[in-house]
Design a protein around this ligand. Structure first.
Ligand code: N01
Length: 499
């Protein structure tokens, strides 16, 4: 679709074409193939985080049988944990096969949107022009804005610098001395991939994470043929993986006393993979497993044990023209610095772009601590749906399941609006409050809140505004119906229903 094709008005505008935006648009079209729905995407292709993250070794650390759309099974996956290029290919195929390409405007970035109380619509500004939308779906992703720590001296560094999420493929690391800052889910995937190429690697670790094996295997021709010929077989595998993954949350959220037993496995593996005692000590976390995301990898620990790889646990002091000085005063000479320092999920930039009924932005409402009703709708922001909203992230299963739950909720809400002739729906403050009180209670004893770590699940106010606290089927069940009692509804201009 070209710039000229950006319409003046649209009923449902989806911002972002990653898993979340595609799930939302596909659900709306599945419900009504003639629906007036448009997706705008700032990049030139769909894919979201799976388009942007192209670092060596980038792969999914959730089994692909779950980390794919239930409505679009594929028998083409190479491994049980799919690699980034094939996930991106899959999302492109879904876009084509489900008629989403015709509804997509690429190279179109959201500049701002405000709720127009008189017109009961969203007035949307984009880089390609303005448009009016009745319903706005923010599907801009939680892990889309790379976080770069402010390090003194970084500007003066004479070498190359990039973030894992914006990998510089034009830069050859062969024979270089490379620093990697951060030891999270991204670093553990690319560090083993580049270690053979670099002359020397220095990995700066702030907090060690618990590591468990990634039980990955290739999918052979026989298995793929089976899935192609008998789709039910693949559905059964998906159901089985779903069921055993749900068991994990029992320990993470409900029976946390079980977690030290899981730690024994991680400790035994660490002992087996790292012979050096001092290194092992440096790599042993002091918090309960699961508090931070468990890293699934088979080659991270052996890579850190290599002679040409150093692990530095002293905090970073400054960047110099030729390297990094740590707080112990050691200077590490490097040619390239790679930040694997994660993203800004509790400070999503889109929140600064959305202005609600009272003229304040979502970021101002949230003040550093995102809240929503059912992780999806927000008081003061009529007809706004957040995909991957507050408290929808998981430590045990697939976010795609949550996104599909939210997409169905969106379609249920749209149907309710249509059937009842509603122009606007807005979460009632008390409904949102009750929901968040329940969340806070449910999260209190989970490992994410009480496991003794500091993680990106906790926002600037120390509140857990990221994690869903229990089984994913409970999320789906809560979002199965659209309860108008939870909403202030407007039929026509300014006629807010009593209550
Ligand atoms: O980022 P992270 P990531 N100085 O935030 C460190 C998803 N993901 O890109 O632990 C020094 O996990 C920070 O240290 P600490 C997944 O949800 C999914 O690796 O905060 N260090 C940490 O070690 C994941 O959770 C897949 O003390 C600093 C690291 O940088 C999320 O993306 C694959 C620092 C950041 O780790 C993010 O993963 C990959 C500073 N100032 C990622 N600031 C899938 O397969 C941060 N750090 C689905």
């Amino acid at each position: 679709m070209s710039a000229a094709a950006l319409p003046a008005t649209v009923h449902t505008l989806v911002v972002g074409a990653g898993f979340a935006g595609l799930a939302a648009a596909a659900a709306v079209l599945a419900e009504d193939p003639g629906a007036d729905v448009l997706i705008i995407e700032r990049a030139d292709e769909v894919g979201g985080t799976w388009r942007d993250n192209t670092y060596p070794g980038c792969a999914c650390d959730v089994p692909t049988s779950l980390y794919s759309f239930s409505f679009a099974p594929s028998a083409d996956w190479s491994h049980t944990f799919a690699r980034q290029p094939e996930i991106l290919r899959y999302l492109r195929d879904v876009t084509d096969q489900y008629g989403l390409r015709d509804r997509l405007v690429t190279g179109c970035e959201l500049r701002g949107a405000h709720w127009d109380t008189d017109r009961q619509t969203w007035q949307v500004r984009t880089t390609l022009g303005e448009l009016t939308a009745t319903v706005l779906v923010a599907a801009t992703g939680a892990l889309s804005t790379p976080k770069l720590p402010e390090l003194p001296g970084l500007d003066a560094f004479g070498g190359t610098v990039f973030h894992s999420a914006t990998w510089n493929h034009d830069h050859d690391l062969t024979g270089e001395r490379v620093a990697v800052i951060g030891t999270g889910a991204s670093a553990v995937q690319f560090v083993p991939e580049i270690a053979d190429r670099t002359a020397h690697l220095t990995v700066f670790q702030r907090t060690p994470a618990w590591v468990m094996p990634r039980l990955d295997r290739t999918l052979g021709t026989a298995e793929k043929t089976l899935y192609r010929r008998i789709p039910l077989a693949q559905k059964m595998v998906r159901a089985t993986v779903y069921a055993y993954r749900e068991l994990y949350v029992t320990a993470l959220a409900h029976l946390t006393w079980l977690l030290p037993l899981v730690q024994l496995i991680a400790r035994a593996r660490l002992r087996h993979q790292v012979r050096d005692r001092a290194l092992r000590r440096a790599l042993t976390p002091d918090f309960t497993i699961g508090c931070k995301r468990i890293l699934l990898t088979n080659d991270w620990l052996p890579t850190l044990a290599r002679d040409d790889v150093d692990l530095v646990t002293a905090p970073l002091a400054e960047v110099t023209e030729s390297g990094i000085r740590d707080n112990d005063g050691h200077h590490h000479r490097v040619d390239t610095i790679i930040f694997a320092t994660g993203f800004t999920p509790t400070e999503p930039p889109v929140a600064h772009l959305l202005t609600g009924r009272d003229g304040a932005t979502l970021a101002q409402h949230w003040a550093g601590s995102p809240t929503a009703h059912l992780g999806t709708t927000v008081t003061g922001f009529p007809n706004l749906f957040l995909m991957y909203g507050p408290n929808t992230n998981l430590g045990h299963s697939s976010i795609v399941y949550m996104l599909e739950s939210q997409a169905r909720y969106l379609t249920t809400a749209l149907r309710a609006m249509h059937d009842s002739g509603l122009a606007a729906i807005e979460a009632r403050p008390e409904a949102q409050q009750n929901y968040n009180t329940w969340l806070a209670d449910a999260l209190a004893d989970t490992v994410w809140n009480s496991g003794g770590c500091s993680s990106w699940y906790l926002d600037s106010r120390g509140r857990n505004s990221i994690m869903w606290p229990t089984f994913t089927f409970r999320f789906r069940s809560r979002l199965r119906t659209f309860d108008t009692a939870d909403y202030r509804v407007e039929r026509t201009h300014h006629k807010v229903q009593a209550g």
